[in-house]
Design a binder for this molecule. Structure first.
Ligand code: HSE
Length: 295
């Protein structure tokens, strides 16, 4: 039996919500999965990053499929697979491409074995594999997501904001692995920085849920991760400032980067200006970046 799934790109953190907030975007990877009783893997990929996607046992989609089959006690039955991917999400750029691969594998395999797992279960399995929940949560539930991890148990609340926004994503022409972007973070932070982020993350969720534009102005500020990561993305804070000046509510590092994402009010119709300003600010630091206009 074959199943076809479509999974969105995601942006995690949204500034102050490190490992806690995320949003799904209108850019999708597609995958068709056929599970076979015989051993053997046939993996084909086209589109973004196709040349870098392993066609063997190391493939993250396949690993996720196996993880689900083991949990469902069906691994003996299905020993091989045919996986066809059509990718549009830039690889290793902070738009959740690995979360997309994990969620695609889990969701498709779950459907083939008769959906024994709920979306909440899939969130738990996906987080086990990915290590942090804030990309897999919006990839599974859509919309804006708030997630918590309590004693290893992941919970997610998803909602559609009452403020209509456009996303302007700048994709720099270099890769940055989440692993190296997490290595630069300290293991402890000052209490005042923790308080800063708790208050700003809460303000953002409240402003989005109630549709209060005026409370969104400072809500994208962060003290927990972006300062430490700034050295990995030349010109990052200048690009944020340029986006804001051109009319965006704010701009932040998308996930662990290197993509930067600006949130622009739909009614201001300023996305072209925001994109141009961000691109120019990047260029001043010798970084070439291309824009993606998403919602
Ligand atoms: N919250 C994660 C991080 C997201 O910032 O490392 C990675 O995409």
């Amino acid at each position: 039996r074959s199943v076809r799934v479509r999974v969105p790109a995601t942006s995690a953190n949204l500034g102050p919500g490190f490992d806690a907030l995320g949003v799904a975007c209108t850019l999708y990877n597609e995958m068709t999965l056929t599970l076979t009783h015989e051993k053997g893997l046939h993996i084909s990929a086209r589109g973004e990053g196709a040349a870098y996607i392993p066609g063997d046992e190391r493939n993250i989609v396949w690993k996720s499929i196996q993880y689900l089959l083991q949990r469902a006690d069906r691994a003996e039955e299905f020993q091989g697979a045919k996986i066809r991917m059509n990718n549009r999400i830039p690889l290793s750029r902070g738009l959740g491409s690995s979360a997309t691969a994990i969620v695609a594998g889990l969701t498709a395999a779950n459907a083939i074995v008769g959906s024994p797992f709920s979306r909440d279960d899939l969130l738990q399995l996906a987080t086990d594999i990915e290590g942090h929940p804030d990309n897999v949560a919006p990839a599974i539930f859509g919309g804006f997501t708030v997630n918590t991890v309590t004693n290893g148990h992941v919970e997610c609340f998803s909602f559609l904001p009452r403020i209509f926004m456009r996303f302007v994503v700048m994709v720099p022409d270099f890769y940055l692995s989440t692993k190296s972007a997490r290595e630069v973070l300290p293991s402890e932070v000052p209490m005042k920085d923790a308080v800063f982020n708790v208050s700003h993350a809460a303000m953002m969720v409240a402003a989005l849920a109630r549709g209060s534009e005026k409370h969104l102005g400072n809500a994208f500020e962060d003290a927990l991760h972006q300062n430490y990561r700034a050295s990995l993305i030349p010109g990052m804070f200048d690009v944020f400032a340029a986006a804001k000046k051109a009319g965006a509510y704010g701009a932040v590092l998308s996930g662990a980067g290197p993509c930067l994402i600006a949130f622009a009010p739909e009614h201001r119709k300023c996305t072209e200006e925001v994109a141009a300003a961000m691109q120019e600010a990047f260029l001043a630091h010798d970084v070439k970046a291309r824009p993606l206009h998403l919602r």
